[in-house]
Design a protein around this ligand. Structure first.
Ligand code: SF4
Length: 389
């Protein structure tokens, strides 16, 4: 089993990747299939979150709520094997409610959600949580100079395409105008420093958002050509550089680290003892992925963010890079108007948050991420991103 670190908005968390993941969400759906009527215990954030998820999946027929207030009435009406109760509330409350249920409701008719799933239902469906943890990503160059197989940003499939300073200015002034609030900005790629206007873009963003955290993700290679004054400009922008070392850069970035130390630039390096394990987010262009799967995607579970590129808002890299994917996949990835937002049509920041919460039609192409493998260079074959190689 490999381990992959993912940023959840606050901190890095280790994700264990299991080849045949069966989550308690699968078990919950199976529990629902085995009961004619399902009651969500709790009308709080978790219960509401589970209900909203089921509504998105068109699964709310026969679903109702039960709370401590009407538990006695429920017990009178309860039919063993027909009625099921999903405990969608904090474990802190179990001590109060479980003694009232034991002996009256069969244990096979009670479903316990695990804490991690409850956390997803509470956070990913709560307007307040989403707004407090939101970030925006600006992929200022879509292509890359390393080209990792199965790159999560599809960089090997992307043409040399930049987000120009002029477009960034136009889009961020719109973002300001609608008052979208977010905790921080990621400048990313591809490899962002391939953009000849990268420094000017970073300087502009710092001027526009003087106190917002700005992270810049890079593989570090373009910084080998940076001179002292360019490092100084980065320093003055008070960014945090997030450098990921890959097999081709191992041992080659000493100059960059020296210069960053000298210039007192804040940076963090992700490196791996041997080679980086890649977390593959596969796409399936043949089979339709069940609607219930979308909640397992990182972009719903812990990436409270959108990508903005050339006047368009995207929820995920798959939507952002759909054109590039289609060039290699014979146009099989169909994109609808619900898969992105045109910034020029947006009049309120809530439209962006609502878009983030919605399931994209494109989610039907995304099976649960199940694979990880050691770094290798891309051969630019669509199979590298497919579920079955
Ligand atoms: S299309 Fe949906 S499931 Fe796939 S990566 Fe994007 S948000 Fe996630």
């Amino acid at each position: 089993m490999n381990s992959v670190r993912k940023f959840n908005g606050d901190e890095y968390v280790d994700l264990a990747l299991n080849e045949n993941q069966v989550t308690d969400l699968d078990e919950m759906l199976s529990f629902m299939n085995h009961h004619k009527k399902v009651y969500l215990f709790g009308r709080g954030k978790c219960g509401q979150g589970v209900y909203k998820y089921l509504k998105t999946c068109n699964l709310t027929d026969g679903v109702d709520f039960v709370t401590s207030d009407n538990l006695d009435d429920f017990i009178v009406k309860y039919e063993k094997g027909t009625d099921g109760v999903i405990l969608s509330l904090k474990a802190d409350y179990f001590r109060d409610i479980l003694p009232k249920m034991w002996g009256k409701i069969d244990s096979d008719d009670i479903f316990f959600l695990r804490e991690r799933s409850k956390e997803i239902f509470v956070n990913s469906f709560s307007d307040e949580y989403i707004k407090n943890h939101f970030w925006i990503s600006l992929p200022i160059a879509k292509h890359c100079n390393i080209n990792c197989s199965a790159c999560s940003m599809y960089a090997p499939l992307c043409d040399c395409e930049f987000y120009s300073l002029e477009s960034v200015k136009k889009d961020l002034s719109k973002i300001k105008e609608i008052g979208l609030s977010f905790a921080y900005i990621n400048i990313t790629g591809g490899e962002p420093f391939l953009n000849p206007e990268a420094l000017e873009i970073i300087e502009y963003i710092r001027e526009l958002y003087p106190s917002t955290r700005i992270d810049v993700y890079t593989n570090g290679l373009p910084l080998l050509k940076f001179k002292h004054d360019q490092f100084n400009r980065l320093k003055n922008c008070e960014i945090e550089l997030q450098i990921t070392e890959y097999k081709p850069t191992k041992g080659k970035l000493d100059y960059v680290y020296e210069m960053m130390n000298y210039s007192q630039i804040s940076y963090r390096v992700d490196f791996f003892e041997e080679t980086k394990s890649f977390f593959k987010k596969p796409i399936d262009l043949v089979n339709e992925v069940p609607i219930t799967e979308y909640i397992n995607c990182q972009y719903y579970a812990y990436c409270f963010s959108v990508f903005i590129f050339n006047g368009v808002v995207y929820k995920c890299a798959t939507a952002l890079c759909a054109d590039a994917i289609n060039k290699y996949a014979g146009g099989k990835l169909s994109v609808t108007e619900k898969d992105y937002l045109d910034l020029s049509n947006i009049i309120s920041s809530d439209q962006i948050y609502d878009f983030w919460k919605s399931r994209l039609p494109m989610c039907r192409y995304c099976p649960r991420a199940t694979e990880s493998f050691e770094w290798k260079k891309s051969e630019r074959k669509i199979e590298e991103w497919m579920q079955h190689e």
